[in-house]
Design a protein around this ligand. Structure first.
Ligand code: NAP
Length: 342
């Protein structure tokens, strides 16, 4: 079965922290996923599926079960007509490879999600999003092994409980489904403004007026190079906190104290505010904490980096420092975006 024992999980998280997995194996097909789950079931071991580890933080205790690394490949055309092209991508493909493939074919729908790290199979879990676009806008359905029903299932978009940076895979059904493929519908057209201010500013500064999937991908890639350190060079998990959604009254009170605070209308009249702005305001941009070995990135306060931390306990201590200071200043408790496992 080619199952490794006592594997260091640091290599399976871009934050490079955490203990060991009792067992770890790669799966490059659905059959292999099923066989591995059966192997674990007969030994009464829990199973977890991961991708690149770009949105995971492992506990120092490690994982006393079987970790399956999704390596299922493939990009296939599932349907095509005059207006759209629908593709089915293997859960083990790099997400950004799918974006590059689609923008090279001049297809619109996921170009705003350029350079988001991680594998395709992990993308639905947090309903990845950027610049106002999110995976749930284009996802048709996905296939997964349902560990409750012990069989492969197809879940339509409406069955995934997608919401802002979340889904049933992150909440009520955490750990239940091992996502093996994702089907997305892209359009044979061009992205339409208005775009996010930061993106529009970049496009204007660079005199880019031809808004094609490819030009948007290039622009987003360039902006993100500054905002996000390359995880192969600087250990990080991308944005560490999600943007809080608050009620109007709370927002008005904050606006009175901090006139420069920015808010955007969200669902049900709620307001979304930028977590990165609060972390920066709390003094944590380009911050380097000697005590824990953790820090924040110079290009974005929202990105926590592991400079020389040894344990996840160090990371959590530093996170708490930020959360406490932000709470003291704004009365808002920041929520962590990467999943703490197990
Ligand atoms: P930005 O454009 O400087 O904006 C800061 C924050 O304000 C963002 O978090 C964004 O919310 C919000 N925002 C800005 N313009 C908005 C608008 N017109 N309508 C609604 N909300 C608006 O942000 P940035 O840090 O450079 O990031 C740009 C995009 O990339 C964002 O969408 C961000 O989520 C995404 N991103 C994701 C990751 C990740 O690891 N997941 C890392 C970096 C950036 P939203 O975040 O809700 O869009």
């Amino acid at each position: 079965m080619n199952i490794q024992e006592n594997v260091d999980l640091k290599a399976h998280s871009t934050m490079r922290l955490g203990g060991k997995a009792h067992y770890l194996a790669e799966a490059d097909s659905e059959t292999r996923v099923k066989n591995l789950v059966n192997w674990a079931n007969t030994r009464n071991l829990p199973v977890i599926m991961i991708g690149e580890g770009s949105n995971i933080i492992w506990q120092d205790e490690g994982y006393q079960g079987l970790v399956i690394v999704n390596k299922i490949p493939g990009i296939k055309i599932a349907a095509e007509d005059d207006k759209n092209l629908t593709i089915k991508a293997g859960g083990g493909e790099m997400w950004d490879k799918i974006v590059e493939w689609s923008t090279n074919k001049n297809l619109t729908g996921i170009e705003f999600l350029s350079r988001i790290p991680g594998y395709v199979g992990a993308a639905p879990v947090q309903n990845i999003g950027a610049y106002g676009a999110e995976l749930s806008d284009v996802l048709v359905e996905l296939e997964a092994y349902d560990t409750n029903l012990r069989k492969f299932v197809t879940l339509a978009n409406k069955d995934c409980a997608f919401a802002y940076r979340t889904s049933r895979f992150k909440t009520v059904d955490k750990g239940r489904f091992l996502i093996t493929s994702v089907t997305i519908k892209l359009a044979k057209s061009s992205p339409k403004p208005p775009f996010y201010e930061s993106l529009q500013n970049y496009l204007d500064e660079h005199k880019i007026r031809d808004y094609s999937p490819r030009t948007i991908r290039q622009a987003v890639t360039e902006i993100r190079k500054i905002k996000l350190p390359d995880p192969s060079v600087v250990a990080n998990n991308g944005s560490f906190f999600t943007n809080p959604i608050i009620n109007k009254l709370k927002y008005q009170k904050l606006k009175a104290d901090f006139p420069e605070i920015k808010g955007w209308g969200h669902s049900d009249g709620q307001i979304k505010i930028a977590a990165g702005w609060m972390v920066e305001k709390a003094g944590f941009k380009d911050f380097h904490d000697k005590k824990t070995g953790m820090g924040t990135w110079w290009g974005s306060a929202l990105v926590m980096i592991n400079e020389e931390a040894r344990t996840t306990a160090d990371l959590l201590a530093f996170k708490q420092k930020i959360v406490s200071k932000v709470y003291e200043m704004f009365g808002i408790i920041l929520e962590q975006e990467p999943e703490l496992l197990p």
